[in-house]
Design a protein around this ligand. Structure first.
Ligand code: FCB
Length: 444
């Protein structure tokens, strides 16, 4: 099985960056050498994680990082996106954990030695529990602590980092964590969700100032997730519902960054559900960005509900991934071009895209033809946005290897590399081999 792109495809040009992505809590393990985080607490709460699992060992990456770097290098990628565990770097008493910093520094050096660009995410959801105990993202002070953490990391890493992203998908931390309640810390409260979103964006802005000072040579930005919001019917009410959902879930995070204000939908929220915004916050949030990372998986369909609000209509018709998400590659072109038309964008990278499939390891092989086809279609969808005139500088497959898929535990496999959790053995899936061939076939 091959992934084929036209010979003249902009994706095959030498300066287009191909990479694979992971996140600290999902792969690292070695929980005893870091502080506990909100996901440890969430995992320890019965009923929160579908398979009752946790991140204590995960892919044991902290102990196996050398082999994992070899694996990444053997794929022929240009870049590796990973995140830093805040609680591996700063202890509960505020002191710096040098061994934790050194772990990442040796990883960065190993990447540099192999000519692989390091895309570092500072926050991929694993807030130290000691900060949660002070109110977590509901406490405005955490935004300033995040800037201090960004300072410690960016000073220690020096010029080893090609790109820093402050946050990964603040939508998930705010909405899934504080409104839907399906991610840590598992709260269901709209005002809190909107307040957390605001503090995350403030933290981003404060950290951007630090990164531009400490690492001016790096591409500094943020990673957001987007899902096109489609109406369930052609009724005016459903069309309006889909537009509200787009404002609430997508524009809520990008518009403050690029235009310094929240979407108009803000004014439709009852006063008691609106976030508290301090004078000057929006200017801090709207720092110039060197790039925006776009994570894309699927589209979402909405209908109007009886409360004058929107409800999502889960997909039932195939093709669906193992997450139950509709395979909808044209949605990637759609969100990209919608951003391109509406905003004055910095360069964009697709920082995550991929699919969970019910993989099986048989005779040392994983024949994940559906994932190969998912990549094929989404690479073409990326290409279509570039052809339409948008600047997109890279694409990262989610994920390098199977890992802890948050509330779904280990049952959902997103890797291009299969992980046998009993032995920690890694096996390239057919998709990894297809991507490796695609990368190798590029112009030099
Ligand atoms: C994204 C997350 C990533 C992974 C994928 C499937 O929302 O950023 O960690 O879980 O979804």
């Amino acid at each position: 099985m091959k992934i084929t792109l036209a010979k003249t495809s902009p994706l095959l040009q030498r300066d287009f960056v191909f990479g694979v992505a992971t996140a600290s809590f999902q792969i690292e393990g070695a929980a005893d050498s870091r502080e506990a985080c909100i996901w440890d607490t969430f995992c320890a709460t019965p009923g929160r994680i579908k398979d009752g699992s946790d991140g204590l060992v995960a892919c044991d990456h902290v102990n196996r990082w050398r082999d994992d770097i070899e694996l990444i290098a053997a794929l022929g990628v240009d870049a590796y996106r990973f995140s830093i565990a805040w609680g591996r770097v700063i202890r509960a008493d505020g002191s710096i954990n040098q061994a934790g910093l050194d772990f990442y520094i040796q990883l960065l050096d190993a990447l540099k030695a192999r000519n692989i660009k390091a895309f570092v995410t500072l926050y991929h959801w694993d807030l130290p529990q000691y900060l949660q105990d002070e109110g977590g993202w509901l406490n405005r002070g955490i935004a300033y602590k995040f800037a201090e953490y960004a300072d410690v990391v960016s000073r220690a890493f020096g010029d080893r980092v090609y790109s820093y992203a402050t946050l990964n998908e603040p939508f998930c931390s705010a909405y899934l964590g504080y409104e839907a309640g399906i991610h840590a810390p598992g709260v269901q409260n709209r005002q809190q969700g909107r307040q957390v979103a605001h503090h995350l964006l403030l933290a981003h802005g404060l950290a951007m100032q630090v990164l531009q000072r400490n690492a001016p040579q790096a591409l500094n930005g943020i990673v957001l997730n987007f899902s096109p919001c489609h109406p369930a019917s052609s009724s005016a009410a459903d069309i309006r519902a889909a537009d509200m959902a787009d404002q609430y879930h997508n524009q809520w995070y990008i518009q403050p960054l690029l235009e310094g204000c929240y979407p108009d939908l803000l004014t439709q929220l009852p006063a008691a559900e609106q976030p508290q915004i301090t004078a000057g916050d929006m200017a801090i949030i709207a720092q110039p960005l060197d790039f925006i990372g776009v994570n894309y998986y699927t589209r979402t369909v909405y209908r109007a509900n009886s409360k004058g609000w929107f409800s999502d209509v889960p997909p039932t018709a195939p093709p669906l991934t193992d997450m139950g998400w509709e395979i909808y590659p044209q949605g990637l072109t759609e969100v990209l071009l919608a951003m391109h038309r509406r905003y004055n964008l910095p360069p964009v990278y697709i920082t995550e895209n991929g699919a969970a499939m019910p993989d099986t390891l048989l005779h040392n092989q994983v024949a994940d033809a559906e994932r190969v086809s998912y990549f094929q279609q989404h690479l073409q969808a990326t290409e279509a946005a570039i052809t339409a005139g948008m600047r997109i500088d890279g694409y990262f497959a989610w994920s390098l290897m199977d890992n802890f898929e948050w509330a779904e535990g280990y049952a959902k496999r997103f890797g291009i590399v299969y992980v046998d959790y009993a032995t920690q053995q890694r096996t390239l899936k057919t998709s990894a081999i297809a991507l490796r061939e695609l990368f190798a076939g590029r112009q030099k």
